[in-house]
Design a binder for this molecule. Structure first.
Ligand code: MN
Ligand code: MN
Length: 471
């Protein structure tokens, strides 16, 4: 090759090499404002939708306000919703093209790691009252000790009466907590052990009171005080807690991090960052080319098992329903799904500057560099994942470019370092094109996850582009 001039080399480099782009370098003042405004709406969603049930209620409420009608009703319109057991919900918008050409699916999840109450939760020990828990999803147990917790959920009485719980969010509410051992006495019980052994699931008990009822002769009087309180305020008895789903989650609202207010921290951003982006994107979409589905699944954090998870038949049911409404045979469901394109809308771990050793820097998602897509996830040797086809990745690149989405390609950690799954492989079973694409997070799966407002906004832009793409 001939010697090149400096300008020529620069031109060559600009033309030939790929560089990830920081969102803040790419956007104008108006977009910066839009990013901040989006962050404010997003934080409200985080605070209102800390559990899957609350998320479904909020999503259904917002959809109804925008003219979405129950897909199962007699007079559905072009915009519909399908509320599945109050824990999973689908929003659908009719496209111009026939369903047989496929639908466009953005599928997120609305469950997050937490502490669930056991069926016989209430007990007393050492003159203190506690709730027993079983943790839900992938938590680092020590992160749940010595911090304020709120209790959200439902209790169903045998007569069908439903009692809603949300305690610990209003400033005047009491909160709850899991105790931790003082460092002075923790040497053998915690400090000398491996982290995986130092904190036991059976010790994640929630302190709920210390007032006795009656006199010292009264049996289990601290527990009795709490039971009397629950009867007086909620009309429930101990047996009612058996048919309940009560979830202890970090108390308090989502917050801005840093003086520059460029970051959001809060509980449940896996996967509310993508859920909210999917929600705003679908609510903003009108007369799309292809029918659009925004799906908000439950039970992703525990492997998508159960009748409200991505493994259940909800998608098939919704597609059959849409086919029937349009006078087409539900038998063509398989063809619809095989011709479909999907985004598995889920978060990824961003490059953590304190732990560079677990990431492979070239291929790690970075905070502030936009929405991140993963060609594949899983672990060692590409097991347990759906590896998106190059043709589909190329198409995603094209629509993101067309709609001005700032994006990056990421990968969760070094090869053989660990790994993680999403719902992509459960939707891929239907033969559709699918790719993981979502917000990079720091402190992922912790009670206080961190996201860049720029990435949150680009996640929304990405799903909007996907729903509105013509080709
Ligand atoms: Mn997730
Ligand atoms: Mn997760």
């Amino acid at each position: 090759m001939e010697a090149q001039g400096k300008d020529e080399l620069k031109e060559l480099r600009d033309r030939l090499t790929v560089t990830q782009k920081l969102v803040w370098d790419q956007v104008d003042a108006a977009t910066r404002e839009a990013i901040q405004a989006y962050g404010e709406r997003y934080k409200v969603f985080l605070d209102q939708a800390k559990t899957e049930r609350e998320a479904v209620a909020v999503i259904e409420g917002l959809a109804k306000a925008r003219g979405f009608v129950d897909l199962q009703s007699k007079t559905p319109g072009d915009k519909g919703y399908y509320n599945h057991k109050g824990k999973t919900i689908v929003l659908a918008i009719k496209g111009r093209r026939p369903l047989s050409e496929g639908v466009r699916i953005v599928a997120a999840h609305i469950d997050s790691p937490r502490l669930d109450l056991k069926q016989y939760p209430l007990y007393e020990d050492t003159d203190l009252a506690f709730f027993k828990t079983h943790y839900y999803g992938g938590i680092k147990k020590y992160q749940w000790l010595a911090r304020p917790l709120a209790l959200h959920g439902v209790v169903l009485k045998a007569d069908g009466v439903r009692v809603e719980f949300k305690v610990g969010e209003d400033p005047g509410d009491p909160v709850f907590t899991v105790l931790d051992l003082l460092p002075h006495l923790a040497r053998k019980a915690q400090m000398d052990k491996k982290v995986t052994e130092a904190f036991e699931g059976e010790k994640l008990n929630i302190l709920v009171g210390s007032l006795p009822l009656g006199d010292p002769e009264t049996k289990e009087r601290f527990k009795l005080y709490l039971l009397k309180y629950l009867e007086d305020h909620y009309g429930i008895r101990e047996e009612d807690l058996i048919s309940a789903e009560l979830e202890a989650v970090p108390a308090g609202p989502a917050r801005d991090i840093g003086w520059d207010r460029s970051l959001v921290a809060g509980y449940g951003q896996d996967d509310r960052s993508c859920s909210y982006a999917a929600l705003e994107a679908v609510l903003d979409t009108t007369e799309p080319e292809y029918t659009c589905l925004a799906m908000f699944y439950d039970k992703e954090e525990t492997g998508s098992d159960g009748n409200t998870s991505a493994k259940c038949c909800l998608l098939e049911e919704v597609v059959e329903l849409l086919l029937e409404r349009q006078g087409e045979s539900p038998q063509t469901r398989r063809r619809v799904l095989m011709n479909s394109r999907a985004i598995s809308a889920d978060v990824t771990g961003a490059l953590d500057p304190d732990y560079p050793e677990v990431h492979e820097k070239r291929n790690a998602a970075r905070l502030g560099y936009g929405v991140a897509f993963h060609k594949y996830g899983g672990s060692g040797g590409k097991y347990y994942t759906s590896d998106a086809n190059a043709e589909y990745v190329a198409w995603i690149r094209r629509i993101f470019q067309e709609f001005g989405v700032v994006w990056q390609a990421g990968q969760l950690g070094k090869v053989d370092e660990g790994g993680g799954g999403t719902i992509a492989k459960y939707l891929a079973i239907h033969g559709m094109e699918i790719i993981d694409c979502g917000t990079p997070l720091l402190s992922m799966h912790s009670p206080f996850e961190v996201a860049s407002k720029a990435d949150l906004y680009m996640t929304f832009k990405a799903y909007q582009a996907f729903f509105n793409a013509r080709g």
